[in-house]
Design a protein around this ligand. Structure first.
Ligand SMILES: Cc1cc2nc3c(=O)[nH]c(=O)nc-3n(C[C@H](O)[C@H](O)[C@H](O)COP(=O)(O)O)c2cc1C
Ligand SMILES: CCCCCCC(=O)C(=O)O
Length: 365
């Protein structure tokens, strides 16, 4: 039995923070699957930059504010969550654990956090929704707009409260770990469950190919705006001009993200772009950030630079690999406790109480 949960004694020391989940997960995963989760594009310069950007920044706490234990709840796009941390959309959870997205969704429901379900999940969006999490749906707009519409309707009917359109993937990033491992397909029996469509002329169901399309443009966002009344969140924005365009095209929120360093390598850390995007957007829409969030102090730093909430990708996958639902819950609990501690030590009563002056220009390294 894994060390998280009620099981037998193990000699392994339980992870006491998010980073320590990674080696524990690696020990359990097929090496090619570990590499798929951990890896990034090419030299993985951006993967490293994401975490380094948090480490570099210094917090300057306020003292003697006597505000009691902090309240962590936030409301994003009308959805109240137990803390300003979402689960970022990540594909293929059954590669991490046989329970796949079922486990992740149950953990999110238990923790009261918003799960952004990936379009490329290994169980269907309806099955994820049935586990009861607060749910958003991530969408790669497919060139077949009829099929995309059917996905949108399924997400709406399943009770998803927002659509998260990934904008940073007009092509797949160049992941050399995958090339080295020859890992280009899911194992037999595992597939993108939302991509199954009825076979034509009485044939068996088929799994559609996923298309990442270089034709995508803001016109597709306009089309989506006409197609759904759900809030639209644009994920993968780093340039302030794109943030302004996104607002002009009616998006309801933006995720400042470089896809965890998995798309274009050598782009800056998400955190380093956050202030520029925040400046461009001037509070017109909520801002989320992902990429490299590993500590409660990281959450505070992102809030101080203008984010309303953050999302985590890999840490949840490591928790899933280590102990299924219990592992994801543990990751969320650790981050929640760290965030409460960091807010208290900063003299902040809530996420909304975090202001830019809690950070200064000091470069810690
Ligand atoms: C294994 C893996 C799969 C991912 N799959 C998707 C996906 O299907 N759609 C998407 O928009 N982002 C995807 N992402 C990117 C995440 O949503 C997120 O931007 C990133 O993981 C955040 O960085 P972090 O892992 O350092 O927290 C994936 C990331 C990883 C690590
Ligand atoms: C054509 C399949 C693309 C899978 C991309 C999933 C993802 O966003 C990631 O691994 O990152």
């Amino acid at each position: 039995m894994d060390h998280v949960g009620t099981g037998a004694v193990t000699r392994e020391t339980p992870p006491v923070n998010l980073r320590e989940f990674e080696p524990a997960a690696r020990a359990r995963l097929d090496p090619a699957h570990y590499d798929y989760f951990a890896g990034g594009a090419q030299d993985e310069i951006t993967v490293a930059a994401n975490e380094a950007a948090f480490r570099r920044r210094a917090l300057v706490p306020r003292v003697l504010r006597g505000q009691g234990p902090p309240r962590l709840e936030v409301t994003v796009l009308g959805e109240t969550a137990s803390m300003p941390v979402l689960l970022a959309p990540t594909a293929f959870h059954r590669l991490a654990h046989p329970d796949g997205e079922f486990a992740t969704a149950r953990a999110a429901a238990e923790a009261g956090v918003i799960m952004i379900a990936a379009m490329l999940s290994t169980v269907t969006i309806e099955e994820i929704a049935a586990c009861g999490p607060k749910l958003w749906f991530q969408l790669y707009i497919q060139p077949d707009l009829g099929f995309t519409t059917s996905l949108v309707r399924r997400a709406e009917d399943a009770g998803c409260r927002a659509l998260v359109v990934t904008a940073d993937s007009p092509a797949l990033g160049r992941n050399e770990r995958g090339d080295r491992n020859g890992f280009h397909d899911l194992p037999p029996g595992m597939y993108c469950a939302n991509m199954v469509q009825k076979g034509r002329q009485g044939r068996d169901d088929e799994v559609r190919q996923v298309a990442l399309s270089p034709d995508l443009s803001f016109r597709h966002l306009d089309w989506l705006r006409e197609t759904t009344s759900l809030p639209i969140v644009l994920k993968g924005v780093l340039h302030p001009a794109d943030a302004r365009l996104a607002v002009e095209h009616g998006v309801d929120a933006i995720v400042v993200s470089n896809h965890g360093g998995r798309q274009l390598d050598t782009v800056p850390a998400s955190l380093d772009r956050l202030p520029l995007v925040a400046d461009a957007v001037r509070g017109q829409v909520p801002l989320l950030l992902d990429g490299g969030v590993r500590r409660g102090t990281d959450v505070v730093k992102a809030l101080a630079l203008g984010a309303d909430a953050v999302a985590i990708g890999r840490p949840a996958l490591w928790g899933l690999a280590v102990a299924g639902r219990a592992g994801v819950e543990r990751v969320l609990t650790l981050l929640r406790n760290e965030l409460a501690n960091a807010l208290t030590l900063c003299g902040a009563a809530s996420p909304g109480d975090v202001t830019g002056d809690l950070l200064d220009g000091i470069d810690l390294k």
